[in-house]
Design a protein around this ligand. Structure first.
Ligand code: ZN
Ligand code: ZN
Length: 259
């Protein structure tokens, strides 16, 4: 059984700090390999409140796209949970370089608890059991950020993490299932500053160009929530001729039905 579960769909600061949406990251089960991507605030709690619950002790890896708190705050406690409180050495942790440099976000006392700490680079290939993980080129975001392609026996899943739009994104994320962090509905018309996040129309552009079998928008800020994600999903599906879902907290996608 191959599936993805959204333990959270919150993006920007207000949605996360007010918990208008949960922020536990995304749980993957592919080819009998389990990993958690971007465990933000409440990830551990969400694992155990999910039905059926997700047991972190079964995780093979924890992966961070970048160090921002909505993606990383539960990293240390999730590593404790993955390793039975540090007593059972197991699992890998994938981090960008700036997560362990000047202001480390991964506690050193946990290093001996895991099998492998991978400080990943852009455009590189790694493995978790039988799953290939390809990092994208560096994304445009205030801290070191990469997206990923996860390749398993039935296909590939692309994860466009937080980034400003740039044209090369289209070539970086060719995949069968495309997950896009879509924080904003549009750029703030009152600000000349372009923020380093994708908008709804930019996500549509990516979907049109990449043509996945399924696209999933997530990581929503206030402007996305105000524009009713379920209506936006219908609009995006019409505009792209591709099935587009706006993720909700707890959404589970059965990949065997799609790929
Ligand atoms: Zn974020
Ligand atoms: Zn971020």
């Amino acid at each position: 059984m191959n599936k993805i579960k959204f333990l959270g769909t919150a993006g920007a600061r207000f949605v996360v700090t007010r918990q208008l949406r949960a922020s536990g990251g995304i749980w993957f089960e592919l080819d009998d390999t389990r990993f958690l991507l971007d465990p933000g605030p409440g990830s551990l709690v969400k694992c155990f409140s999910s039905r059926p619950k997700k047991d972190p002790f079964t995780l093979d890896a924890i992966i961070l796209s970048h160090r921002h708190i909505d993606h990383s705050s539960d990293l240390n406690i999730m590593v404790e949970a993955m390793t039975n409180g540090g007593f059972k050495k197991r699992g890998s942790v994938f981090l960008p370089p700036d997560a362990v440099e000047k202001e480390p976000i991964f506690f050193k006392y946990l290093y001996p608890a895991i099998d492998e700490l991978v400080i990943y680079e852009e455009k590189s290939r790694y493995k978790i059991k039988n799953i290939d993980i390809l990092t994208s080129r560096k994304l445009i975001h205030p801290v070191e950020t990469c997206g990923f392609e996860f390749k398993f026996s039935k296909g590939s899943i692309g994860y466009v993490a937080d980034t400003r739009f740039f044209n090369e994104l289209v070539n970086e994320f060719k995949s069968d299932v495309l997950i896009i962090n879509t924080v904003r509905y549009d750029h703030d018309p009152d600000s000349s500053k372009i923020i380093d996040h994708l908008t709804f129309n930019e996500a549509i552009h990516l979907i049109k160009e990449i043509k996945p079998k399924l696209a999933v928008l997530t990581h929503f800020g206030m402007t996305m929530l105000k524009n009713k994600p379920h209506e936006l999903a219908e609009k995006a599906s019409r505009q792209t001729d591709i099935k587009v879902i706006c993720a909700s907290d707890g959404l589970e996608i059965d990949l065997d039905k799609i790929l």
